[in-house]
Design a protein around this ligand. Structure first.
Ligand code: FRU
Length: 537
């Protein structure tokens, strides 16, 4: 077989595969990526928050969630936020480990026009798009009022702090103290740093301290630390006499609600995770729907009075969540199976096509390179590459810009075709972006506004996305495509300049001429003349 023929087969095969894989992947396009910077994923409260997020996100298969776990390290969290931004996220959700160190980076992201949702812990600034979480001062106040009532206004209290630099710890402390004001016989005899963790409490709180200080009540900033305190009190043999109040009120075994039911805690203040609300708000922001900046979730005290009711509700919710989770897994498996089948089908068709092509080539080339067959191949190639121009949209700019007859400076746009480094998601997005443009290219009424409507994105979102991938403005890209089309029309058709302008989607011939000259350095008439001269040569 001639070298040229082999080359053609390879080109055809590549185009074929490109087209087929393009078809296969078009089904589930990722339109948005949400980055979630979680201060830690290592406890059950945060696990519930993430489960809630995934559950709510299951409704939006076009949205991806990237979660980064900062492992309670603020400096790691700053780095992870930077990485998420570099990966091109459309929105950031963040639960800051500590307020002060995380504030500057959040302000930076916000100034970068990336919407930011703060969840649970706050920063020291108002520069964010939305906040989701309960009012921690109120949570502290509710716990304080409960403590005062339980002790009859008289007793010795120990407060166990969460991480000092994190906003819930500060606010819970403030609220708790506010409720104790006016009770002169209530004394907070000590404070211990538990940093939100049970193990830390077991390490820093000693049996001797509890006995010496004659503590009546322990207020811990969360239930995990409250459990740690209970275990120390048990060792000291005073767990029966001591009152303990925690915060979180998680459902499920070995968590807050269960601790109250088992008598380990006197009470816990419910602190909802806000996972569902965060995703709902994110979706509203991404789709330009209304949303509130401050979303304050409510709290209640869970104690022996209401724990049974709460437990039966929370059990039902947990069961529902589990069954939902199972259903989700099944749906995902089905989807994966379907995608695999599609992929296999596409690959087999491509292989079959190749095989047929190879056999035909062998047959025909053995008949002394039959001329008719060659011209058939040539026309097939043409058809496939024109199909590829529309179908494999990511390749459009390179192929069109490779036009050697184009006047200077055409090569400047070769950058648009730099595919190296584009992720699959970006390719998928480009495909729908370019399809929308190709279909409407000749319509002068079609501009950036109409493009946004067609893609279901806001101007800002589209701008950022396209700029990030192609390195150019949406309007520039649209105009570039129209100018390329006009060049082809001028080269191939007998249209006048005004007719060409309208055919290429320009609303006025004079604007078309200016834009053409601006881009190619010569007027459309000069270009047309050049083409005529060339044809006559
Ligand atoms: C979980 C947690 C909760 C607490 C919250 C405060 O990591 O420690 O127990 O209520 O963080 O941000």
């Amino acid at each position: 077989m001639e070298k040229v023929t082999v080359l053609r087969v390879v080109v055809l095969a590549v185009l074929w595969l490109g087209l087929l894989s393009g078809c296969g992947s078009s089904e589930e396009r990722t339109e948005f990526v949400i980055g979630f910077s979680q201060c830690t994923s290592g406890d059950n409260w945060r696990q519930l928050m993430q489960d809630e997020m995934h559950m709510e996100l299951a409704k939006y298969p076009e949205i991806d969630l990237l979660i980064e776990d900062a492992e309670s390290d603020s400096y790691q969290q700053i780095q992870q936020i930077k990485d998420l931004v570099a990966r091109g996220i459309d929105l950031l959700i963040v639960s800051p480990n500590e307020a002060a160190p995380i504030t500057p980076i959040i302000e930076e992201v916000y100034y970068d026009n990336i919407p930011v949702i703060i969840i649970d812990r706050r920063i020291n600034s108002r520069l964010y798009t939305a906040y989701i979480g309960a009012d921690n001062e109120e949570v502290g106040r509710v716990a304080g009022a409960y403590a005062a009532n339980l002790l009859g206004g008289n007793g010795r209290i120990l407060e166990i702090w969460g991480l000092r630099g994190s906003s819930p710890a500060i606010s819970r402390h403030d609220g708790f103290r506010q409720s104790l004001e006016g009770f002169s016989e209530l004394t907070v005899v000590g404070e211990v740093d538990g940093r939100w963790e049970k193990d830390v409490v077991e390490e820093v709180l000693t049996e001797d301290y509890l006995l010496e200080q004659d503590i009546d009540l322990i207020f811990a900033h969360n239930d995990r630390m409250a459990l740690g305190a209970f275990l120390v009190a048990k060792e000291a043999g005073i767990d029966d006499e001591l009152h303990i109040i925690g915060i979180d009120g998680l459902p499920g075994p070995n968590r807050g609600v269960q601790f109250v039911q088992d008598g380990i805690l006197d009470a816990t203040a419910l602190y909802p995770t806000g996972g569902v609300e965060a995703i709902r708000t994110a979706v509203n922001i991404l789709y330009d729907q209304e949303f509130s900046k401050e979303n304050i979730l409510s709290t209640i005290i869970i104690d022996s009075q209401n724990v049974d009711v709460i437990k039966s509700y929370s059990d039902r919710i947990t069961a529902l969540m589990n069954s939902y989770d199972e259903q989700l897994t099944t749906i995902r498996e089905d989807r994966r199976k379907h995608q695999y089948e599609q992929f296999m089908y596409a690959s087999l068709s491509a292989l079959l096509g190749l095989l047929l092509l190879g056999i035909s080539l062998l047959l025909f080339s053995s008949r002394d390179r039959n001329q008719t067959f060659r011209s058939r191949i040539a026309s097939m190639e043409k058809q496939i590459s024109s199909l590829a121009t529309i179908g494999v949209a990511g390749k459009v700019p390179a192929e069109l810009e490779a036009d050697t007859e184009a006047p200077q400076p055409v090569a400047e746009d070769a950058d648009a075709a730099t595919e190296a480094g584009r992720t699959e998601k970006e390719e998928a997005f480009l495909r729908s972006f370019m399809d929308a443009i190709e279909i409407n290219l000749t319509n002068p009424e079609f501009g950036v506004k109409e493009l946004c409507a067609e893609l279901g994105m806001s101007r800002v979102q589209l701008y950022r996305r396209v700029k990030g991938i192609l390195g150019k403005k949406v309007s520039d890209y649209l105009q570039q495509r129209r100018l390329q089309l006009s060049k082809e029309l001028l080269r191939e058709k007998e249209y006048s300049i005004s007719e060409t302008a309208f055919q290429a989607g320009f609303s006025s011939p004079s604007y078309f001429s200016t834009a053409f000259k601006g881009r190619y350095g010569i007027t459309p008439s000069e270009f047309k003349q050049q083409m005529l001269n060339k044809n006559n040569d």
